[in-house]
Write a protein that binds this ligand. Structure first.
Ligand SMILES: Cc1ncc(COP(=O)(O)O)c(C=O)c1O
Length: 356
């Protein structure tokens, strides 16, 4: 007769491999070698599969980092409230972390964001405040409203993802060491785009320190961001032109997170949207990877850097999130046409644009 194991026996059996809840599942993502681009360049092009985090993006690390930092500093106690201004992945990461730790999550975002984003955050249990989309200088900007709302509540924090350096620290203690270990201490260069700057600054700082300066760290930038001009001019210029369809990256200022590392960046590459969108389709076709445009931009940049450094190098980058969050745009013929990106996709890859 079948006799179910006692729950204690089951728990004993699980403890060797199971991680502790959502929080325990953040990080330790695979490092994926991209075969076609590695062969083409004679390098190892490797992407950190951050889309495998339990909330679906690289921002799970930052979300957990800022919440745990506030707990450690005694700013957030059981039953407290976490407030952030965000329209993207950070809000999703925070909503998950808050549910798993029993906090209330409140998100302020510009009211220009899609209903899908608002609905997703609400489904994850967050309270969402869409507010008028006004410039950062205006006190009614969503970031300032988030800060002021947190101040008005007891036992509440504003996580301040752009300028709270607990964000970069989360990558310094996790993403950096993981890449170092997964490449067998053989990473010659690391490159990625930045939004808050947390990923580039934290990961880059760790890799530079650990390699005693041997690992080069480069910035990848979409159109419309000032960072490429800032890095290539040695901090003298902050020029920008055009705009980008990528989400979550590109920046108009040096955030505190980026500021912890910006002077140590070895170089910067500006990547046009045409190349990023083509790479979304290429990675789907050649690797079976379904990733968003910021991840694709990172791979384009890693390939360009490999060509600069020459064969025999290992170049690491970040696969930030999956294409699921953007599919109604990236795989829509009408959207591609409206953005003048139809011709960026080679004929043999057009079959993937299945949405009208
Ligand atoms: C899709 C995506 N890629 C890249 C980034 C940039 O990461 P970071 O904020 O660490 O610079 C973000 C940040 O929100 C993002 O949502």
């Amino acid at each position: 007769m079948f006799r179910p194991a006692s729950s204690r026996a089951l728990a004993r059996g699980f403890t060797t491999r199971a991680v502790d809840g959502f929080v325990g599942a953040v990080g330790n993502t695979p490092l994926i070698r991209l075969a076609k681009w590695s062969e083409k360049t004679g390098c190892n092009i490797v992407g950190k599969a951050e889309f495998q985090n339990p909330g679906g993006s690289v921002k799970d690390r930052a979300a957990l980092g800022v919440v745990e930092d506030a707990e450690e500093r005694g700013l957030l106690k059981p039953g407290g409230t976490v407030v952030e201004g965000t329209a993207g992945n950070t809000g999703i990461g925070l909503a998950h972390v808050c549910r798993s730790k029993g906090y209330k999550c409140v998100i302020f975002m510009p009211n220009t964001q899609s209903q899908e984003k608002i609905d997703l955050l609400r489904m994850l249990g967050a309270e969402v405040h869409p507010v008028p989309a006004v410039a950062y200088e205006n006190p009614a900007n969503y970031n300032h409203q988030a800060r002021d709302y947190a101040k008005s509540l007891p036992n509440a924090i504003w996580t301040d993802q752009f300028d709270n350096t607990a964000n970069a620290k989360a990558h310094y203690v996790s993403t950096g060491p993981e890449i170092w270990e997964q490449t067998g201490a053989g990473v010659d260069a690391f490159i990625c785009a930045t939004g808050t700057g947390g990923t580039l600054a934290g990961t880059g700082k760790f890799l530079k320190e650990k390699s005693q300066g041997r690992t080069q760290v480069w910035l990848a930038d979409p159109p419309g961001s000032v960072l490429h001009s800032y890095v290539t001019s040695g901090g003298k210029l902050k020029e920008r032109s055009g705009g980008s369809i990528t989400e979550g990256i590109g920046q108009g200022r040096i955030t505190n997170n980026l500021g912890t590392f910006v002077n140590e960046i070895d170089g910067a590459l500006s990547i046009p949207d045409e190349k990023s969108v083509e790479m979304v389709y290429d990675l789907l076709d050649t690797e079976g990877l379904y990733i968003g445009a910021s991840s694709a931009l990172n791979v384009v940049a890693a390939v360009e850097l490999a060509k600069k450094l020459g064969p025999g190098h290992t170049i690491a980058t970040i696969l930030c999130d999956g294409a699921y969050r953007y599919q109604s745009r990236l795989f829509s013929k009408a959207w591609l046409k409206a953005k003048n990106l139809e011709s960026a996709i080679p004929e043999h890859l057009k079959k993937y644009a299945v949405l009208d």
